[in-house]
Design a protein around this ligand. Structure first.
Ligand code: KG4
Ligand code: ZN
Length: 343
């Protein structure tokens, strides 16, 4: 089955063509980062308007790259939530209009299920069951995954998501948006050990996360340096290192705890923060000790993209699921509400 996937939940317009037999045929992305950067974060109205401009040219681009005709497409998948409602509506309306015009089924995909399944697009995909760490700009969740649509939430952030903490901390330290890659880049020059930051909620049992105190601790350390006349690049790098190290250590401890609790040896990491090299290395070391394995997608499929939506939608369409003709999107949408896949 050839499926067109559309992703518009935030500040990236992603379009892809995935075929259940031949795999990923084409994938195109337009990132709005430059549009939002001067505001230090995503401006929802600007995001929606830009998705409208980019969507049809990107669809034409993937069709031409895959050397396909519109009549070859057998289903359309679009992100139906969670995300920015205006932005989601662009993808949903476009998908539903095309599905109606081409007389093919459509399916609304859960954005985090898309992220979760993105590693399935790689050569050596993980096998169920596994523990998934979903770390994006809006979510930090540990989930037990027994199959597509069989999700049990083990723990999540009670305040900021990991990506959000990266973004906010970067902004406080005068780094650009999005903060994750900026902090990761600055941290490469950082000297370990100069700053010691807390590893939130690791000293008590449970699988919840909290990153807002870490953000404040980083700000306090930065302000102290600045007040003393030190706002050098080196100090920024040292603090970026300490912040990233604290996030990575916290995520690693909780992943280990979740694997122990569920008695599993397979970990999948997904979402924008899973592109972080320090996090990958730390989790790989932890899993190597347990004779387990960690799986993740290539970096461009860790952040938002159309390929993961085409893939997830294709699995659900193949199982006979599809939408009616109304256009429904959801800003919030617990992943546990998704139906299991019965093929
Ligand atoms: O999954 P994603 O593209 O969008 C959401 O669904 O939110 O994730 C974006 C988030 C941003 O907060 C960004 O700063 C973070 O992922 N991110 C990173 C890295 N690349 C992206 N965080 C840490 N290290 C990275 N290399
Ligand atoms: Zn995302």
């Amino acid at each position: 089955m050839l499926v067109l996937g559309l992703e518009t939940s935030c500040d990236e317009t992603g379009v892809a063509l995935y075929d259940s037999q031949r795999g990923l045929l084409a994938d195109a992305l337009f990132s709005q980062i430059d549009l939002h950067r001067i505001y230090g974060g995503v401006v929802p109205e600007l995001a929606s308007r830009d998705h409208i401009k980019r969507m049809l040219p990107l669809i034409e681009q993937v069709l031409s790259e895959a050397q396909c005709q519109p009549s070859d497409i057998e289903g359309i998948a679009y992100t139906a939530g969670p995300g920015l409602v205006g932005a989601l509506l662009v993808g949903a309306s476009c998908a539903q209009a095309l599905a109606f015009a081409w007389d093919i089924p459509s399916i609304g995909v859960h954005h985090m299920e898309g992220h979760l399944l993105a590693p399935m697009l790689e050569d050596n995909p993980p096998e169920f069951p596994f523990v998934a760490l979903l770390v994006s700009g809006g979510h930090t969740q540990l989930v037990r995954v027994d199959g597509i649509g069989q999700y049990r939430l083990l723990g999540e952030s009670i305040d900021d998501a990991a990506g959000e903490a990266f973004d906010k901390t970067a902004k406080l330290m005068g780094l650009r948006y999005p903060g994750g890659p900026e902090i990761a880049c600055a941290a490469q020059q950082g000297v370990p050990g100069r700053f010691k930051l807390p590893r939130p909620m690791t000293d008590r049992p449970g699988l919840q996360f909290s990153f807002s105190g870490l953000k404040t601790a980083t700000l306090t350390a930065w302000q102290k340096c600045v007040a003393g006349g030190d706002h050098s690049e080196q100090t920024r790098a040292d603090l970026a290192y300490a912040f990233q190290d604290a996030v990575v250590a916290t995520l690693t401890i909780k992943c280990q705890r979740a694997l122990e609790q569920e008695n599993l040896k397979t970990l999948v990491i997904a979402g924008g923060v899973s592109a972080n090299q320090a996090l990958r290395q730390s989790l790989e070391a932890m899993l190597a000790q347990r004779q387990g394995q960690v799986f993740y997608a290539r970096p461009e499929f860790c952040t938002d993209n159309g390929a993961m939506i085409a893939y997830a939608g294709c699995q659900r369409l193949l199982a006979g699921q599809k939408e009616g003709q109304s256009i429904n999107v959801r800003a919030r949408w617990p992943m546990e509400e998704l139906p299991p896949l019965v093929s």
